[in-house]
Ligand binder design. Structure first.
Ligand code: PLP
Length: 367
């Protein structure tokens, strides 16, 4: 859970504010969901794993539950399933990775849909459970291979607990889609041997590159729902980044020409500079590898981050701007710097930057 203002009782701690906040645009999220569902031709099973890709599980789950295009919410681990179930949004929650045997009855009682890949798992489900058969069509991560999947699915159907079946594409975000088509063909062959059910396969890459797929009842676009797509798929849909990340200026001072800034003295001021220190660092998920490449937006202007990014702070050139402690700067957002750029500066990918955002950052929804 994001660090938030302690609530309540007499003598409670004063309301110390977070130094950074991740704002989720509800309208951007809802527009993205409508566009993706339209392209897939089916409702969405929206992935909200990893704190909704860093946006905040509660914030995103509540906003998404207002969308007519969202059937349910997908999570990676049982704790996330429990957190979504506790919100009582009236939307199914689907767990995507195997629970332990001890967790199965608890999840079933919560109404969480359980992934099943073996006959032993199928037999062990309580009678009120609802299962989604997991078929491994080539990712080789989880699931029953097609030859075994049919028997597992039939047993689940006999027991009256089979609600859905799914597979996961390994290369759908690449230009060459031959293996994705092969995976889908294998999945269809399994489905042909089973009674009608709620089938789902496409992640974001699948939805964008393949569109509607025959026989599917749901699609699971994750990163695309939050507004990011691989570069070769830009323009397929008008998706918008959902998150704006802001951080607070904590100190402003002058640095003289020839002085260095931050650890290691990597950066030397070429002239007298006005420098703002900002309360966000690599402990919050701002990539340390973006050192000497990163920029942020201050009062609408793109300004460089100076010297090493620290654990809890970084410094920015605000020369010529009348910046004060307490003011918010934009680390990324729809207007200027986007997460793809930050990921490139940090030698990583959007998924890792977003999901790496730490618990000290507040999460909130904005219109
Ligand atoms: C994470 C995940 C998704 C979403 O993937 P994106 O690449 O973010 O669209 C879909 N299905 C499964 C099983 C996943 O683990």
């Amino acid at each position: 859970m994001p660090a938030s203002v302690p609530k309540g009782e007499e003598g409670a701690a004063p309301p110390f504010a977070a130094r950074a906040r991740a704002l989720t645009s509800r309208s951007a999220l809802l527009d993205n969901l409508a566009a993706l569902s339209g392209r897939a031709g089916v409702p969405l099973l929206l992935p909200v794993k990893a704190d909704a890709y860093g946006h905040g599980l509660d914030v995103v789950a509540r906003a998404a539950a207002a969308s007519p295009h969202v059937w349910g919410l997908a999570v990676a681990v049982p704790r996330e399933a429990q957190a979504v179930a506790a919100l009582e949004l009236g939307r199914p929650v689907v767990l995507l990775t195997p629970p332990t045997p001890q967790e199965v009855p608890v999840l079933a009682d919560l109404g969480v849909r359980i992934p099943v890949a073996t006959l032993a798992e199928a037999e062990a489900l309580p009678p009120h459970a609802r299962a989604h058969l997991k078929v491994d069509t080539g990712m080789n991560r989880l699931g029953a291979r097609p030859a075994e999947a049919v028997a597992v699915g039939r047993r689940l159907a006999e027991r009256g607990v089979l609600e859905g079946a799914y597979t996961h594409f390994a290369t759908s975000d690449e230009v060459d889609l031959r293996f994705t088509h092969e995976q889908f063909r294998r999945f269809q062959a399994v489905l042909a041997e089973l009674p009608p059910l709620l089938a789902h396969a496409s992640n974001g890459g699948g939805v964008l590159s393949l569109g509607a797929l025959p026989g599917m009842g749901l699609a699971r676009p994750g990163l695309a729902s939050y507004g990011f797509v691989p570069s070769h798929l830009h323009g397929v849909l008008p998706l918008r980044p959902v998150m704006t990340l802001q951080a607070q200026v904590t100190f402003v001072h002058d640095v003289h020409a020839g002085e260095t800034i931050s650890y290691g003295g990597l950066y030397t001021a070429p002239r007298d500079l006005r420098v703002a220190t900002v309360g966000l660092g690599y402990a919050d998920g701002y990539p340390r590898n973006a050192t000497l490449r990163a920029h942020v937006t201050v009062r609408g202007e793109r300004r460089p981050v100076l010297g090493r990014i620290c654990m809890d702070q970084f410094m920015v050139d605000v020369s010529g701007l009348d910046v004060h402690p307490g003011e918010w700067i934009e680390v990324w957002g729809p207007a200027d710097i986007n997460v793809s750029e930050v990921a490139a500066w940090g030698d990583t990918i959007e998924y890792e930057v977003l999901t790496g955002l730490g618990a000290r950052i507040d999460r909130a929804a904005v219109p």
